[in-house]
Design a protein around this ligand. Structure first.
Ligand code: FER
Length: 568
């Protein structure tokens, strides 16, 4: 349980960028959000620069960017005035830090400089430095520097955020100092009369996404109506990130009727959504929407403890063997039954492409399944190209021709006629749309959208990262440069008006992501999202500022997908 909670904690901290402890707004001594300026923070070190940045944000839309660091002690500094921060006062401090300029995890430190030795500040006296918080987020993820109950000593002059060894550029957001050792937050100790359920944070009579938003806002010190009696999910007397995590888990999995079914291999317990029936796809998808986050906690991208094995299966459609990988989660056992995720590659890639660590497909699955944040699943890394004349990936030599597109779209037959049956025969898996997900990058995203719409009876969760064009008529420089008289009407599989789901076929999650700087598929991902919207098909869209055609979209997108799949 502790493990699960700590996983939740780090997730919600980066999600909401809340302080690492409950915050009582009245006792706040400093709160830098960098939304309107540097909030009193300055650069430390000759040449080092600090500026407000909208590259990323732990909350809101801006943070502080620290660049041009010539030494590891160069960083960002805040002067502690002795009236607000006198010796003997106890404070709690929290800050969000992140770097993506080096691929390694970097150790961050929070340090107070004490100026003393008789010289006093600016008079040549010697300084001592007390480092009281460290953290080492993985590249690209936010980490939390925090200390509850630090007693200020004599001569405290400056608070610094710096790194242990690295001189990398980094980002800082949501620096909060409060008085005391982590006070109790109070969002309304005197609730109005009436019986409200745990989780009904705003006493609206319902527990839903609004409650998660209210609690999140409260935790990041935005104004929100929050009642402690229903928001204190773990009943420990304080409101913090753990309560938010528990609330989100409750919203995603409402308590309900529990049915036990005996199968030949084991007893399987299935819990269905509140109200006695299954949560319908629209309700579920709107709950998932409230949990979407752009920040992947560094710790979920750690090491992969699962097992990856290559296999060949007979593809009826291709008429010969095709290759794929199976990834089994840590602790995989034939006595349990697993959900299945089919993960597909970009154009001219193959079953190896999505194994690349940059996507963290296996790494995130491994740690999230182990922490309990994701339902257990196996992953099949597909090779989509289904061609009687070629056994492997088509390679660039073949170009983007109609013929090549046909062979990609034939994956729908290969998947359902050959690959799914092979997987069901060889591993202990559950079948049906509740237990089957498809995801992929670019061409793999396009095929995931396409097979999802073709086989809603088999697939209940769909995720497309930077999906390539061509399901509906489309034209881009690739197509016109390489194809000349490319016949869009023939190659496009669907008319625009058919690019939709009926309500009864809607997947539980239909998630599309794209980067604003995608140099390969441009705005096609967004166009798919808008076309679903236009045709009345609920879908979730995540746009990543500045991201190109790569894992900067896929990694956070898959993280969100993993949190939501197989739970409706
Ligand atoms: C296209 C541009 C890109 C296209 C496909 C792609 C079908 C695929 C890119 C990838 O998979 O990375 O016009 O047409």
């Amino acid at each position: 349980m502790k493990k699960i909670l700590s996983a939740f904690l780090s997730i919600t901290l980066s999600l909401s960028a809340a302080a690492a402890f409950p915050v009582n707004a009245a006792a706040e001594l400093m709160h830098a959000t960098f939304e309107t300026g540097l909030d009193g923070w300055t650069a430390r070190g000759t040449g080092c620069q600090v500026a407000v940045s909208s590259d990323t944000a732990a909350s809101g839309s801006q943070c502080a960017a620290v660049t041009n660091r010539n030494d590891s002690w160069n960083g960002i500094a805040y002067t502690l005035d002795s009236a607000t921060f006198p010796a003997g006062k106890t404070i709690s401090v929290s800050a969000q830090v992140k770097q993506n300029s080096t691929p390694q995890a970097v150790e961050f430190k929070m340090t107070i400089e004490y100026t003393g030795g008789g010289g006093g500040m600016g008079m040549g006296g010697s300084s001592t430095y007390d480092t009281f918080a460290t953290c080492s987020p993985m590249s690209g993820g936010w980490g939390t520097l925090s200390k509850e109950g630090y007693t200020i000593g004599e001569g405290a002059s400056v608070l610094y955020i710096e790194t242990e060894d690295s001189k990398c550029d980094f980002y800082v957001d949501d620096v909060i100092i409060v008085e005391g050792s982590g006070g109790i937050s109070s969002g309304g100790d005197n609730p109005p009369s009436g019986n409200y359920q745990k989780g009904d944070v705003d006493h609206s009579g319902k527990t839903n996404a609004d409650d998660a938003v209210a609690l999140r806002d409260f935790l990041i010190c935005k104004s929100a109506t929050v009642y402690k009696d229903t928001a204190d999910m773990d009943g420990d007397g304080s409101l913090n990130a753990i309560d938010l995590a528990l609330l989100k888990a409750l919203i995603l999995n409402p308590p309900a009727t529990t049915t036990t079914t005996t199968t030949t291999t084991e007893t399987v317990t299935t819990t269905s959504g509140g109200g006695g029936g299954k949560t319908d796809a629209k309700t579920y998808m709107s709950q998932v929407k409230a949990t979407l986050t752009k920040d992947v906690p560094g710790n979920v991208k750690g090491s992969d403890q699962g097992k990856t094995t290559h296999f060949d299966y007979m593809s009826k459609k291709a008429g010969h063997n095709k290759g794929a990988y199976v990834w089994l989660p840590p602790g995989y056992s034939d006595s349990k039954k697993y959900n299945v995720l089919y993960m597909s590659h970009g154009i001219f890639g193959d079953e190896n492409s999505m194994l690349d660590k940059s996507w963290a497909v296996r790494e995130m699955a491994s740690s999230m399944i182990q922490s309990g944040e994701a339902e257990p699943f196996i992953i099949i890394f597909t090779q989509m190209f289904t061609d009687p004349n070629t056994t492997g990936s088509p390679g660039f030599g073949m170009g983007i021709t109609m013929d090549v597109m046909d062979k990609y779209d034939d994956f729908v037959f290969d998947l359902t006629e050959s690959l799914m049956p092979y997987v069901q025969e060889h591993w202990s898996v559950m079948t049906g749309r509740e237990h089957t997900a498809v995801a992929g990058f670019s061409m793999g995203g396009r095929e995931s959208l396409y097979v999802g719409m073709m086989r809603p009876d088999l697939i209940g969760y769909v995720c497309a990262s930077s999906p390539a064009p061509g399901i509906v008529p489309a034209s881009d420089s690739f197509l016109s440069n390489h194809l000349g008289s490319y016949n869009l009407a023939r190659t496009a599989r669907l008319k625009e008006s058919d690019f939709k789901y009926s309500d009864s076929d809607l997947p539980y999650v239909l998630l599309i992501g794209g980067g604003t700087n995608d140099s390969v598929v441009g705005t096609f991902p967004k166009q798919y999202h808008e076309l679903y919207d236009k045709n009345g098909t609920m879908n979730l869209w995540m746009e990543f500022q500045g991201a190109d055609h790569d894992a900067r979209v896929g990694c956070p997108l898959f993280y969100n997908f993993y949190r939501a799949i197989f739970k409706a």
